[in-house]
Structure formats: C-alpha cells, structure tokens
Design a protein around this ligand. Structure first.
Ligand code: PLP
Ligand code: TYF
Length: 394
C-alpha cells in the first residue's frame, strides 16, 4: 500500500540547509532557514532557559499527563506576554500546541469547525507552511495583495482593495510582527484600519506571531495584536516560542481564542481541547514549562528580556550596516528598505536567477524568492554579501 504514496517535494527552505552544508567553500554564507545565529554562527540556548531547565529538573516531581490544553499556567503566561491587558482574561481560551505550526493548524481546524465554508485569506507572499497546511486540509485560500516587489515595501492600498472581497465567516491571517518572508510590516495605524475592515466584514482574524521581540521590542511587537484584540469581537492568535525563547526543537506554541463574550469561552475552550485530543491527546509540556518558568520568575524574565534585546539589536545593527554598504556600492538608496524591514528576514527583490548567481558565484544561500535571514550574517560577512548583491542584482 505504501508504494501508492505520491512523491513529496521537500520543503525548499529545508532543502537549502543540505545544499549549503554540501558546499565546500569556506566563505559560504547561510542565509536560509529562519533560525537565530550569533556572530559565531551558533544558535545558543538562552541563559534564562538554561536556568529554567535546572529549576525544572530540581523541582519537577512528576511527568504525569497535564491536561488536553496543557498546563494552564502556560496559557496564562502566554496570554500576559502576547495580549497583556488588551482583552479580559475571561474571554480568552488557550491550548498549548507543538510549536507555532501546531497552533496555526489548530486555528485552521477551529475555524473550519465553526464555519465549514471558511475561506482563509493570506498575504501574498506568506510563510509557505501556511499554504501547505491549507492545501492539505482542502481549505479554500485567497491571497490578498501585500508586498510591492519594486519598492520592497507593503502596498497598503492594494492590500485594502483586495481585502474588500472578504466575506462574513472568512478568516484573515495576519502576521503580528516581523512578516515572513518579506520583513515589510504594516504600521500600527494600518493594523487599526485592517481591524476595522475585518470587523465590518464580520470575518475572523488569525494573528500569527512567531517573532515577538525580534522587531521593535517585546511590547512594540505585540502592539498590533493587542490593538486587534481590543477592536475585534473575536480573534485567534497563534504564538510561537521557538525564536524568542530559542526553544525550537522543544516545540512550544500556543493557540489563543478570544470569544465575543466570556459566557462563550468555556465552549470555545472545550472545542480547542477536543482538537488537541484528536490530534495528539496532550501537547508537549517540557518546553512550555521552561517558558512558564522564565515568565513567572522576575529575575529570569529580566535576564531573558535582556538577552532577547541583545539579539534584536544585533540584527538591527546588521541591517543598518548592510544597507549602508549597499548604498556605497550601488551609489543609490535602492536597498535602504533593508534597514526599514524588521525581524529575521528581508526579501530583497532579486530574481531566482540572481539568487542562483549569488549562490554559485559567491556561496551565498538565500531562499529562491530572495528572502534572506539577517541573523545568518555577522559584521565581517556583511560586506561580502553587499558585494555579491551589487554584482549580481540588476
Ligand atoms: N509562523 C511563522 C510566520 C513562522 O515563520 C514560523 C517559523 O518559525 C512559525 C509560524 C512556527 O514556528 P514553530 O512551529 O517552529 O514554532
Ligand atoms: O521560515 C523559516 O525559515 C522558519 C523555519 O517548514 C521553518 O519559519 C521553515 C520551514 C518549515 C518550518 C520552519
């Protein structure tokens, strides 16, 4: 029977890891998969997570099952981190999920359960896994205009135009901050305008927030999500802890659902618990427990914020350096957007041929849509990349 399975195309981002690994050139630069790397190219365990691991190791007395939503303390900690006081806690139901990906999957499942005819609106472009999951689930998907390829900024007018097609009962997926793959983001005011449109249309917003703290700061990055939560009667939030806590392989994520009224919350929660039950019973707990331990201990929280801020500022510094190097080499402001983009990624508007040329001639590995992971750079490699871009891109 298994011989009937259709062949699978590998995830192009994952494929790039192998390609780069096999390249013998010492000067190669890996700007592929979205993983934070320090100046030495390592993805460290964050100090507070290491300390929390020790604390959990010393104090955990059982590994017995948690509950279908996971540890309630994790749900509460995530609600405080992402939503703060933008909405009454009694309106928020939460489940722990395996990573942000798990939260997104459960969000789509919940939307389909609430409305079997749901169409999911995604930005053009969006994280490829959004599209892969929707396709697998057979959920109708419509793209809304987002990125202007020429200027590498958001085309907000085109976005609002295409969102006019949203129907009551549709779901609109927004990146809460640090848009993947483009790095181009809405202003807070624009988020407010989109919230008004979603409310007018009677649609459900799903905010995917996977990089809180990587853009303008922990609070600043959560501001759009909080604004939406304060304006909309209902909303879903899929949060990932992979990047901002550096717990990638532990699989830590959380789906939060804000119901219109606190009286609806228990049933929303019961439906989310059910979705966990039929998918994997209980969600993974260890990584979530590390995150909760950090977020419920003042000293660990302070140290985590401190390290996260260092990470954020290092990426900002690389952005500034790269855009300045490109200014000099191209004698133009064409690449100034790199300093304006936020998060780990920038899509730089190069053609697939130009991306391939940079790979072949310079050993620079970026995704074929010209998305690069800023954290794959360090102050020494920035000029090499600038040179490659200036020489390869028309
Ligand atoms: N959403 C976006 C936009 C992402 O880039 C990612 C990838 O890291 C995720 C969600 C989910 O990540 P994870 O499942 O590793 O938590
Ligand atoms: O976009 C990225 O690079 C990260 C990591 O299937 C990632 O979000 C990439 C592909 C994938 C899962 C995670």
């Amino acid at each position: 029977m298994l011989n009937n399975l259709s062949p699978q195309n590998p995830d192009p981002i994952m494929q790039l890891i192998t390609l780069c690994r096999e390249d013998p050139r010492e000067t190669k630069i890996d700007l592929g998969v979205g993983v934070y790397k320090d100046g030495a190219g390592n993805t460290p365990v964050m100090r507070a997570i290491r300390a929390a691991s020790k604390k959990v190791w010393d104090n955990e007395t059982t590994k017995v099952y948690t509950g279908l939503p996971g540890d309630p303390a994790f749900g509460k900690a995530m609600r405080d981190l992402v939503l703060a006081d933008s909405v009454e806690g009694s309106r928020v139901a939460a489940i722990a999920t395996p990573g942000g990906t798990g939260a997104i999957r459960q969000a789509f499942e919940l939307a389909r359960k609430a409305n079997p005819d749901v169409t999911v609106w995604t930005s053009n472009p969006t994280w490829p896994n959004h599209l892969a999951i929707l396709k697998f689930m057979g959920l109708p998907n419509t793209e809304y205009a987002y990125f202007d390829e020429a200027s590498c900024t958001v085309d907000f007018d085109a976005m609002m135009d295409s969102l006019q097609g949203v129907k009551a009962g549709d779901m609109v997926l927004l990146h809460g901050c640090c848009h993947n793959p483009t790095g181009a983001n809405l202003t807070l005011e624009q988020f407010g305008t989109v919230a008004d449109l979603i409310a007018d249309k009677g649609a459900l917003a799903l905010v995917d927030i996977a990089y809180q703290g990587f853009g303008d700061g922990l609070e600043e990055d959560a501001a759009p999500t909080r604004l939406l939560a304060s304006k909309l009667p209902e909303m879903l939030v899929a949060a990932s802890c992979s990047k901002n806590f550096g717990v990638y392989r532990e699989r830590v994520g959380c789906l939060m659902a804000i119901s219109e009224d606190a009286s609806i919350t228990p049933n929303t929660q019961a439906n989310m618990n059910y979705l966990n039950r039929i998918a994997f019973s209980f969600p993974p707990d260890h990584g979530a427990r590390l995150v909760t331990t950090v977020l419920t201990d003042d000293a660990l929280t302070a140290d985590w914020k401190d390290e996260l801020e260092t990470v954020r500022l290092s990426m900002l510094g690389l952005r500034t350096q790269l855009s300045e190097e490109l200014r000099q080499r191209t004698n133009s402001d064409r690449f100034d957007f790199i300093a304006q983009h936020r998060g780990m990624f920038s899509r730089i508007g190069a053609t697939p041929e130009e991306v391939l040329k940079m790979r072949e001639d310079f050993g620079i590995y970026m995704v074929s849509d010209s998305r690069m992971n800023i954290a794959g750079l360090n102050p020494t490699t920035v000029p090499l990349l600038a040179e490659a871009i200036a020489k390869s891109c028309k």
